[in-house]
Design a protein around this ligand. Structure first.
Ligand code: ATP
Ligand code: MG
Length: 386
């Protein structure tokens, strides 16, 4: 059990190379689960290796329980890591790979056997215990690597995409197991993933990284509902948020966004906003689930008739694509509401959930990191459909 803090951490792999980590600031409380996401090459594994002590940092400090561990060797840090590339001992059996960390800590043999049996059951690898890593599939090797970390009770767990080689069914099972295990053990954890659902469901906090810079650090809900910029908004969410470039207008002191389906137009009232946003090129962001079918009886929300271009039934949802302002826009409907391609639908939008981004910089417009207050309270001007 431990707190983990990164203070202004920088990392460069060599003189003349660009910084791989830039001024990383993160603080996770005791027992928290941090998800680290970002595109390939943004520095996630580098950050994990720095925390584990396998790479030296070039500046800043890493603190565990408020003590600076930056200069400590990996074995003294009491941090267990599951690597993206398993890193199993090839000549040892699965059983010995899992038991290795316990043996060097001189745990009694009976306890080691019980611990190996426990994690092997958890990870469904009981039948593989006598094999060598070379005789396992990628997914099985990955589970052994997890088993090796889980057999220890370190201060901190680091998981670098631990489930990425598992098949879809096992991955979902393991995700639930990870969560159960964390609820039980409450060990401070940093977990790298590319999986949207893991990012949203597993973490107490999420850090979104790009080019070695933390773009946003917050709860999954904050990251999803109040993305700090266009990058975070586009990276989190599947299917992704729709982005519609347009120029804002002002009418009677209220900002309006004009949406055009080719068949009809609607003015999306965005509430009274800071001066300076009118006439500005912005990117309007709206998530697929925030566009719905308009009910038969008007409820005051803006509506717009649009032709369905294509539909994609995913099982639980049907994704319906229309064109607004010349941009392909995805709407997420219930399967029983699903139209046919070529039909015309009346869609409705919730202006309170619309986000605005600067078209040039990608920064969020309105209150920093949060929807604009008047939009959030739903206090928006009555829509004028045409
Ligand atoms: N040992 C190294 N020497 C030099 N450059 C390195 C080294 N390891 C990583 N890099 C570079 O640092 C950057 C970050 O790499 P890193 O492996 O941390 O990315 P990542 O976010 O984990 O990517 P992925 O999602 O593909 O695993 C990349 O540009 C990579 O080429
Ligand atoms: Mg990596």
């Amino acid at each position: 059990m431990a707190t983990l803090e990164l203070r202004n951490v920088n990392k460069t792999y060599g003189a003349g190379l660009p910084d791989t980590l830039k001024n990383i600031e993160l603080k996770i409380d005791d027992g928290e689960f941090l998800i680290l996401v970002g595109p390939s090459g943004c520095g996630k594994s580098t950050l994990m290796n720095c925390i584990a002590g396998l790479e030296n940092i070039s500046g800043g400090a890493i603190l565990v329980d408020d003590a600076d561990i930056s200069g400590m060797s990996p074995k003294d840090r009491d941090i267990a890591m599951v690597f993206q590339s398993y890193a199993l001992y090839p000549t040892m059996s699965v059983r010995d790979n899992i038991a290795f960390g316990l043996k060097i800590r001189k745990m009694p043999t009976a306890e080691i056997d019980a611990e190996v049996a426990r994690v092997a059951k958890l990870l469904q690898i009981e039948h593989l215990l006598t094999r060598k890593p070379g005789q396992l599939s990628g997914g099985q090797q990955q589970r052994v690597a997890m088993g090796r970390a889980l057999a220890r009770r370190p201060k901190i767990y680091l998981f670098d995409e631990p489930l990425s080689n598992l098949d879809a069914k096992l991955r979902v099972e393991m995700r639930t197991e990870m969560k159960l295990m964390h609820q039980r053990l409450k060990t401070t954890t940093v977990y790298v993933t590319h999986d949207q659902i893991e990012a949203m469901t597993l973490g107490d906090k999420v850090a979104v990284m790009k080019d070695g810079i933390i773009q946003q650090f917050g709860t999954p809900k904050q990251i999803y509902n109040d993305p700090a910029n266009l990058f975070v908004a586009s990276f989190i969410g599947s299917p992704p948020m729709n982005f519609i470039p347009l120029r804002l207008q002002r009418q009677d002191g209220h900002l309006l966004a004009l949406l055009d389906s080719g068949q009809a137009r609607c003015e999306l009232p965005l509430g009274p906003k800071d001066a300076g946003l009118e006439d500005r090129e912005v990117i309007l962001g709206i998530r697929p689930e925030q566009i719905s079918l308009a009910p038969a009886e008007a409820n005051g929300l803006p509506t717009l008739r649009a032709e369905v271009q294509v539909i994609e039934p995913t099982g639980p949802d049907t994704l319906v694509f229309v064109t607004l302002n010349g941009t392909k826009v995805c709407c997420r409907l219930a399967p029983d509401q699903a139209p046919e391609a070529g039909e015309t639908l009346t869609l409705q939008f919730d202006p309170a959930r619309v986000l605005l981004f600067d078209a040039q910089t990608g920064e969020r417009l309105g209150a920093a990191g949060a929807p604009m207050p008047e939009a959030r309270s739903g206090n928006v001007a009555q829509f004028k459909g045409r």
